[in-house]
Design a protein around this ligand. Structure first.
Ligand code: MN
Length: 279
């Protein structure tokens, strides 16, 4: 009888499953968090990094959380592009491997809705949202809600998140939506350049208010593109705020591992779990 490498892999996987079933030990106890990938057709190399991340790092974990701005822009689930099709296929593949995928909308892709989520095997989460990982209570948010010093943006956010605004926008023809998104992006880039840098970060009181409201000592978010672990004290308790980085020229993922530790890892295409020192 001749055995092929793929046979060995299948046998190994089966034996692993049998052992895990009988011992009750799972060999994967890791939850992944990513945000701010800003995938767009102008940077196909980052789409490759994402696909490679899905096929390697994400395929053996407990769950994958995408905390917003997966796409640089999103004008409706009915607008399919080469990029959105590829991302959908990758996510669907991951879901078929048994990995639950959760998606929270960002400020760029807040129109990504139930339809795309269903087709790609993702569950849509509200923002903010509480989860429990390895008995640790964690609050998840994209991060833009915390930037309360940016009054113009918060005003726009309230309007843009109403069903009326969204329905009205989604009823427009695709060419008009595309044009609108382009103009909006140009305006926001121009405005953001003029805004002081502090305004673009989270407001310290907004962070404490949200963590107190949800009674948590762990918060994970993205949006600001300022990766860090912030330690703070809330009502006498030590709390931590984990901030993800954007996927500028490489990917990054927060790993919540079995012992409750949360670590940030950077990686390029083909590189797995290359731990970074700059976090
Ligand atoms: Mn964002």
């Amino acid at each position: 009888m001749e055995l092929y490498p793929s046979d060995f892999k299948a046998i190994n996987a089966t034996i692993g499953k049998i052992i895990n079933y009988h011992t009750g030990i799972k060999n994967f106890m890791t939850t992944l968090f990513i945000a701010d990938l800003h995938l767009n057709p102008q940077h196909p190399e980052m789409v490759d990094v994402f696909c490679n991340f899905i096929r390697t790092q994400a395929k053996d974990v407990d769950a994958l959380y995408i905390l917003g701005d997966l796409f640089e822009s999103w004008i409706g689930d009915d607008y399919e592009t080469k990029l959105s099709r590829r991302v959908k296929q990758e996510l669907k593949w991951l879901r078929e491997q048994g990995i639950p995928i959760y998606f929270m909308q960002g400020n760029r892709d807040f129109l990504l809705g139930e339809q795309f989520c269903a087709l790609s095997g993702m569950e849509l989460l509200p923002d903010p949202h509480i989860i429990y990982v390895n008995n640790k209570k964690i609050l998840l948010t994209h991060g833009d809600l915390l930037c309360t010093d940016d009054h113009d943006y918060q005003k726009f956010r309230i309007t843009a998140r109403t069903p009326e605004y969204q329905q009205q926008f989604l009823r427009k023809p695709l060419w008009l939506r595309r044009l609108f998104a382009k103009l909006l992006r140009a305006f926001s880039r121009y405005r953001n350049k003029k805004k002081p840098k502090e305004i673009m970060d989270v407001n310290a009181d907004a962070v404490i208010d949200m963590m107190r409201k949800y009674d948590v000592t762990t918060l994970i978010h993205g949006h600001t593109h300022r990766p860090a672990v912030h330690e703070l004290t809330i009502d006498g308790n030590l709390a931590k705020r984990f901030v993800l980085d954007a996927w500028h020229s490489r990917g990054n993922v927060l790993l919540c591992v079995a012992d409750g530790n949360i670590e940030l890892h950077y990686f390029d295409k083909g590189e797995n779990h290359a731990k970074s020192n700059d976090y």
